[in-house]
Design a protein around this ligand. Structure first.
Ligand SMILES: C[S@@+](CC[C@H](N)C(=O)[O-])C[C@H]1O[C@@H](n2cnc3c(N)ncnc32)[C@H](O)[C@@H]1O
Length: 276
């Protein structure tokens, strides 16, 4: 988003999103037909791909994440996996052809149209479960309070949790709750890979040009003035304190965005956490 859109009021941003989505829905049959003719795999409709990020890199970004997860040795073929903020199943589409019969995947998201598509697309594969997260959020229409929402898995059972581009949309109260839920979900030997935009909050003069808005006394900054959840960044020290307060510890940190000096964030930081 350019600097003009960064300052737009919330109703104007919503109107722009609505217009863009209407155009993408109109193009979707053409896109699906072209993919069929070219013998390419079926993907979610364009607006659902766009909801998860740039539609043109929906598959490439998921492949890149899948490769990173393999490189980090985080996923066994028969693992119990939780995909928090799964969107339109970009990762499930990567894993479906590769995983074993004992693989079990649960994806949840607040975006009902995406979850409806996922349920239909994976209906014949019992390894995959998708759950609509009926919780109040800037990304959905539900009103259930955050405190009343638990991740849709049994406590202490998840071998691997992925939160790909989820914490980059969560405000501090949501971050605290979702970290606590991650702690609840993980098996004692389980790991979670969270992606985030973290900046260097050890220096009070530090600038974050990609995230111009924020609260003066907190290490939380965002990109669009009227819609913090569109893209949000945290001070690394502050975020680490939140992780530790949730009973988790960071075992690996791979910088992507950090320390946050670029004007356009190109990649997200990776944090691997495990129960403390
Ligand atoms: C950038 S998209 C990433 C989607 C998916 N992880 C992927 O990589 O394709 C962020 C997703 O988080 C979802 N989301 C935002 N707030 C959420 C919340 N409080 N709980 C669950 N999902 C949320 C959005 O609906 C959206 O699908």
């Amino acid at each position: 988003m350019g600097s003009l859109t960064s300052h737009l009021p919330a109703p104007a941003i919503e109107a722009l999103r609505g217009t863009r989505n209407a155009g993408l829905w109109a193009l979707s049959p053409l896109d699906a037909g072209l993919r069929r003719i070219q013998g390419r795999t079926a993907l979610p409709p364009l607006p659902l791909r766009r909801h998860a990020g740039r539609a043109s890199i929906f598959e490439a970004a998921a492949r890149q994440m899948s490769d990173a997860i393999d490189r980090l040795g985080l996923l066994a073929p028969n693992a119990n996996v939780l995909d928090a903020g799964c969107g339109a199943a970009a990762m499930a589409l990567q894993w479906q052809p590769r995983m074993g019969p004992g693989f079990h995947y649960t994806g949840f998201d607040v975006h009902e149209p995406s979850i409806n598509w996922c349920k239909k697309h994976f209906a014949k594969d019992p390894r995959f479960t998708f759950v609509y997260a009926d919780v109040s959020s800037a990304y959905g229409h539900a009103t259930t309070p955050l405190d009343a929402f638990t991740f849709p898995v049994e406590p202490g059972t998840v071998d691997f949790e992925l939160a790909k581009s989820l914490f980059t949309h969560l405000v501090p109260t949501e971050v605290e709750h979702y970290l606590a839920q991650t702690r609840r979900a993980l098996a004692p030997t389980g790991h979670a890979l969270l992606t985030a935009f973290l900046f260097d909050d050890s220096d009070p003069m530090f600038q974050t040009p990609a995230f111009p808005f924020g609260e003066p006394d907190r290490a939380v900054r965002w990109r669009l003035q009227a819609r913090p959840a569109a893209a949000i960044a945290y001070g690394r020290t502050f975020f680490t304190e939140l992780v530790e307060a949730a009973g988790l510890r960071i075992v690996t940190f791979e910088p992507g965005y950090w320390p946050g000096v670029v004007a356009v964030p190109l990649a997200q930081d990776y944090l691997i956490v495990t129960p403390a």
